[in-house]
Write a protein that binds this ligand. Structure first.
Ligand code: ARG
Length: 466
């Protein structure tokens, strides 16, 4: 998941500094509602602000999964990464690091009733351990004998897995662990080997210009204990983040209604554009598949088969990240989302159109041709209108599917309903309610659409009965 936050109103005259971070790591970086607005705060963010200030640049924050950091730097999607990242040898192969700015230790979190059971690392052998995907904690867990790993993007989700007994233990940095402790989740006495780790700032390989500014800023901050102060302040901000126990699902729906409203807007826009372009591309593909030329027919069929035979999530990743990595085309989440949805649904629609056209009686084409119509005129005026009418219910179903499937686009930071639900989970630490509310909204949208389509169909069939 990634999202873009400008720290102040965007000032176009200034150059921008794009920061990549995984805002699930209080007090380093985390979501917090301030003045009714979702913001990303933390001491990493304060350091980023200091660097931006030194460069006289506008700071833009991109929130994404921790394991997207390296590719994001390499593809130029972000300028620097501050995410409590440890400068490991392995990472140094692909990016450059600043001087370290913080030191932490690894700890193990368990459910309170299990704290006697897991007292040393050996006790963890054979258990299921939760870690953040792509983190050094993942490496540590790999070293525990016979343990199964659950690696997820966001630490909040791993905490949820611990609470719901899907994992037995969670390895994370001590500073971060504090923010997730409560009466159910406690620190265990087990201490991972090589438990110390530093944090440093990552930049693209060879970007010494930026690296120099970063190191100079860090040196200044360290001189007057600036970083220690930032950590203290951020820890204080993070301490108020525990879930509010007497809040029910309706309170959440009401409190975060503006988030959901914004999400509905994006979901509808994304789906509408996906449907319109999908419809047009689908029609073109159908015509190509009916052409007299064998190569064209073959290309059309290949298009449909490939798009139907690969997952939309994979198509999305290729369009959003692949194009950026290989061709340097950096599409916005909205652009990538619309393109993915359109081409994906165009394949399904092309199949639907083909079925509809094949369903029209052969005699219709023959009659049209014998009246002197060209093949394409007959197609346009006689065949397609009849075909469209019979496949209308199938097209309607496809529209409903698009509304639901568009939720996948949230993983690249499109601020749709699903994305908002995730953001609200990050802010409230509520594991389930934000999803239930999202499900209700999706259901209401698709249900209304299917009623509407039913009405439309009845109108059309009325003309048949005359
Ligand atoms: N220090 C660990 C590492 O580099 C974990 C960092 C996780 N950061 C985050 N923002 N979630 O692998």
């Amino acid at each position: 998941m990634s999202s873009v936050y400008a720290t102040d109103a965007v000032d176009n005259s200034k150059k921008t500094l794009v920061l990549g971070t995984s805002a699930d790591f209080p007090p380093y970086e985390f979501h917090k509602t301030i003045d009714g607005k979702d913001q990303i705060v933390g001491f990493d963010i304060e350091i980023a602000k200091a660097i931006a200030k030194k460069m006289d640049a506008e700071l833009v924050i991109e929130d994404m999964g921790f394991d997207s950091m390296l590719p994001a730097l390499q593809s130029g999607r972000v300028d620097l990464v501050i995410s409590g990242m440890t400068p490991t040898e392995e990472r140094r192969q692909s990016i450059d690091f600043s001087d370290p700015y913080y030191k932490a230790r690894q700890v193990v979190l368990v459910r309170s009733e299990d704290s006697d059971k897991y007292q040393t690392m050996t006790d963890l052998e054979g258990t299921t351990i939760g870690v953040q995907k792509g983190s050094i904690q993942e490496e540590i867990a790999l070293g525990v004998k016979n343990a199964s790993l659950v690696s997820l993007d966001k630490i909040g989700d791993i905490v949820l897995q611990l609470e719901t007994k899907r994992v037995d233990a969670l390895i994370v940095e001590d500073t971060v662990a504090k923010g997730y402790l409560n009466d159910k989740i406690v620190l265990s006495d087990a201490v991972p080997m090589d438990s110390e780790s530093e944090a440093a700032i990552g930049v693209a390989k060879g970007n010494t210009e930026l690296l120099n500014v970063i190191n100079a800023t860090l040196a200044e901050l360290k001189q007057d204990d600036g970083i220690t102060k930032m950590v203290e302040e951020a820890s204080f901000l993070a301490s108020g983040n525990a879930p509010d126990k007497d809040r029910n699902i309706f309170d959440i729906a009401y409190e975060y209604r503006h988030y959901y409203a914004k999400g509905i807007g994006y979901t509808l826009m994304l789906s509408a554009l996906g449907v319109i372009f999908g419809f047009l591309i689908g029609l073109i593909i159908t015509l190509i598949r009916m052409s007299g030329m064998r190569v064209l027919r073959w290309i059309g069929t290949a298009y449909v088969e490939v798009l139907r035979g690969t997952p939309m999530l994979v198509q999305l990743m290729i369009i959003h990240y692949g194009l950026a990595l290989v061709f340097g085309v950096n599409l916005s989440p909205l652009q990538s989302g619309v393109i993915t949805l359109s081409i994906n649904s165009s394949a399904y629609l092309a199949e639907i159109f083909r079925a509809g056209i094949q369903g029209v009686d052969k005699g219709q084409m023959e009659a049209a041709r014998s009246l002197g119509m060209t093949r394409s005129a007959a197609l346009r005026h006689i065949i397609l209108p009849q075909a469209l009418k019979t496949v209308l219910p199938a097209i309607g179903n496809e529209f409903i599917t698009i509304i639901k499937e568009s939720s996948i686009i949230s993983v690249i930071g499109m601020a749709d309903i699903m994305y908002q639900a995730n953001a609200i989970r990050n802010i409230t630490y509520e594991g389930l309610s934000p999803y239930i509310i999202a499900a209700a909204i999706y259901f209401i949208l698709t249900f209304m659409l299917s009623k509407l389509l039913g009405l439309f169909e009845r109108k059309l069939s009325a003309s048949d009965k005359r």
